[in-house]
Design a protein around this ligand. Structure first.
Ligand code: ZN
Length: 315
């Protein structure tokens, strides 16, 4: 039997109160029983629930200590509800949507919750793509293509790697990059693609050093225009990303927050064929308890929907 709820009714049955939420997080975080975050090998005593004490260092902790849910003043049930909402919106959610569904008084709270959850969408220590991987860069936040190496005002440059799965797209990786220079692109490839893989690019000179980095490099065609080439998978991903940013977020994504959105897009894209929303909920929750706490000041901005770069106009 699945270890997660499959419907919203089941969600409410599974998690009627805080104790049920904590018990579930405990199973996800410590399948072999509670562990001290400071000395994992030490014996642990159960104190008055939900507290534990480390027999070695005396540290008192709970299941949310050192996770994304640390120091939260609001009930875990509300967090679970938010998570469920996020994984069940196929095209992603906006902070306004979360605020409406959960009845938050403040946009800022909804925004911070959503960005914390986006952080959890990147699995810590996730593996790199392998096999045949198409790689390219694309400008997001504008209709026109930009010239390589020069940058385009108001647009952000995103590195895209798309694994080939037969004629289809397998998994993807995205990363915001500063420019399309050799060192930057080589580093992006190394972070996203397993050495020894076949990397397909266009003839852009910055990719010329990939053989030296241990990749089998195949040049598909020479062109100087970003986003216009014969790499169908990365091209498709670029246009889906562009459409998603314009649709779900009305293009209103500040460059400083773009990383979070790229993480969310990647999470959704790589699981797009998963029919079980419950499984996504389970995965995301598991990643949330594997993640360190996120301090408010680690999340930049988030005060209001105003004052952000309008990607739609490329302004
Ligand atoms: Zn300890």
């Amino acid at each position: 039997m699945a270890d997660y709820p499959e419907t919203v009714t089941e969600l409410h049955d599974w998690f009627p109160d805080e104790a049920a939420c904590r018990a579930y997080l405990t199973r996800l975080r410590w399948p072999e029983g509670p562990r001290c975050p400071r000395c994992p090998a030490a014996k642990v005593w159960q104190m008055t629930p939900p507290s534990y004490r480390c027999a070695n260092c005396g540290y008192d902790f709970t299941v949310t200590a050192g996770t994304l849910f640390a120091d939260t003043k609001l009930p875990l049930r509300l967090w679970f509800e938010a998570l469920w909402h996020v994984v069940n919106q196929k095209n992603g959610v906006s902070a306004l949507g979360v605020q409406r569904v959960l009845g938050f008084g403040s946009y800022r709270t909804a925004w911070r919750w959503l960005h914390k959850l986006r952080r959890a969408m990147v699995r810590p220590g996730r593996d790199r793509l392998a096999g045949a991987v198409e790689v390219d860069e694309a400008y997001v936040g504008g209709e026109r293509s930009g010239k390589r190496g020069r940058g385009a005002e108001g647009k952000a440059l995103v590195f895209i790697a798309a694994q080939a799965d037969g004629s289809k797209i397998g998994r993807i990786r995205l990363a915001r990059i500063a420019n399309a220079s050799g060192p930057v692109l080589e580093q992006a490839v190394c972070r996203c693609v397993e050495p020894g893989s076949q990397v397909l690019t266009d003839g852009w000179k910055s990719y010329a050093g990939l053989e030296g980095q241990g990749y089998r490099h195949e040049v598909i065609r020479t062109t100087a225009i970003v986003g216009k080439n014969l790499l169908p998978r990365v091209h498709r991903v670029a246009s889906l990303l562009q459409r998603w940013l314009l649709g779900t977020h009305q293009g209103a994504v500040a460059h400083s927050h773009l990383d979070y959105y790229l993480d969310e897009f990647t999470f959704r894209f790589n699981r797009r064929t998963s029919r079980s929303r419950g499984l996504l909920f389970y995965r995301l929750l598991g990643q949330a308890v594997a993640l360190g706490p996120i301090l408010c000041n680690e999340l930049v901005g988030g005060t209001s929907p105003q004052g952000i770069v309008a990607g739609a106009t490329g302004a």
